[in-house]
Design a protein around this ligand. Structure first.
Ligand SMILES: [Zn+2]
Length: 138
């Protein structure tokens, strides 16, 4: 990233947590109105509402990693707690129930995590986010 001499980089300061909360809702980190995704995990190149460039995102393998980390803790905790709370629940039932719950939970969580990570990258000006901002392009 090449900043012009004398550029005031404080103009680029972006609030992290509001952006991440918008990302958790799968909304544009800049305006909070446009959708980040045009399909399940396909990121819009630009926000359909405000035109913010979103193609700089490089979420890569981080969303599945974080999703598995979170889901694993909930699912393992559920399996262990379920054995105490429902001791008569048959093993074959658990072998059907928990994989289905894990798959549905991961499918729901993955775009939520990806949206928040893209918003985090946007807020921290990572990977080219903020490089084409008109206030410093001069
Ligand atoms: Zn937007």
């Amino acid at each position: 990233m090449n900043w012009p001499a004398g550029a005031d980089l404080t103009l680029l300061k972006r609030p992290v947590w509001p952006a991440v909360l918008r990302g958790l809702k799968k909304l544009c980190p800049a305006c909070g109105k446009g959708k980040i995704f045009y399909a399940y995990l396909k990121v819009n190149d630009f926000c359909p509402q405000c035109g913010e460039a979103l193609y700089h995102q490089r979420a890569d393998d981080m969303p599945p990693y974080v999703t598995m980390l979170i889901a694993g803790h909930f699912i393992v905790g559920g399996v262990i707690a379920g054995q105490d709370w429902f001791p008569g629940f048959p093993d074959w039932g658990q072998m059907i129930f928990w994989p289905v719950v894990a798959a549905l939970f991961c499918l729901w969580l993955l775009p939520v995590v990806k949206g928040s990570l893209i918003a985090y990258q946007w807020a921290l000006l990572m990977h080219g986010f903020g490089s084409a901002r008109p206030e410093v392009a001069g």
